[in-house]
Design a protein around this ligand. Structure first.
Ligand SMILES: [Ca+2]
Length: 191
């Protein structure tokens, strides 16, 4: 009986952990986006291709935008998800006049028209290379995400250099059901 209980617990844990992995980062493949201002022409990076560049000089992995304007990026996840976090990877290098955003406002929509559930992030590491900021989202169900990046208030010429937006979803309800079924089986076996 004891062995059976251990088997059930291990099986449930394996299933739950497996389900959590698949329910984490949303596949970047189908995600598309538009930007309110054009990226610098020599940079051909994609903000939703699943690639986070570690090479700051590889213009094929980065997109650059002038920082004197507000940049809006409208994402279509091409599926409905309960989001847990949005990770933004950017370059902050004062020696190269590239700055972290001063602020990012995220809003969410199910129809691409009406946006709500505002999440504002103002805490970004402003220097020292490639940075990824994970912005927590309070379990918002949506298909569309609008990210508004506000430039920092600094003097001189500067710009944004962005590599990726990564979206993560909360564990699916199926995971919780699975856990419940497993525990129920365990309790019944004990009786
Ligand atoms: Ca990318």
């Amino acid at each position: 009986m004891k062995k059976l209980c251990v088997f059930v617990v291990v099986s449930v844990m394996a299933l739950v952990m497996g389900a959590n992995v698949s329910a984490g980062i949303i596949d970047a493949g189908p995600i598309t986006y538009t930007t309110s201002i054009g990226a610098f022409w020599w940079m051909s990076g994609d903000l939703a291709d699943g690639i986070v560049s570690s090479d700051i000089f590889n213009d094929a992995e980065w997109l650059g935008f002038g920082s004197s304007e507000i940049l809006t990026v409208d994402f279509d996840l091409h599926g409905t998800y309960a989001l847990a976090a949005v990770d933004v990877t950017y370059l902050a290098a004062s020696w190269w006049d590239q700055r972290a955003p001063a602020r990012i406002d995220l809003t969410f929509s199910t129809d691409g028209v009406n946006y709500g559930d505002l999440v504002t992030e103002t805490s970004f590491i402003g220097d020292d290379g490639i940075q990824t900021k994970s912005i927590g989202v309070p379990d918002v169900t949506c298909q569309y995400v609008k990210a508004v990046l506000t430039a920092p208030q600094v003097n001189g010429n500067y710009w944004h250099r962005l590599s990726e937006f990564t979206f993560s979803e909360v564990p699916e309800p199926a995971t919780m059901s699975l856990l419940g079924v497993g525990l129920l089986a365990l309790v019944r076996r004990k009786k």
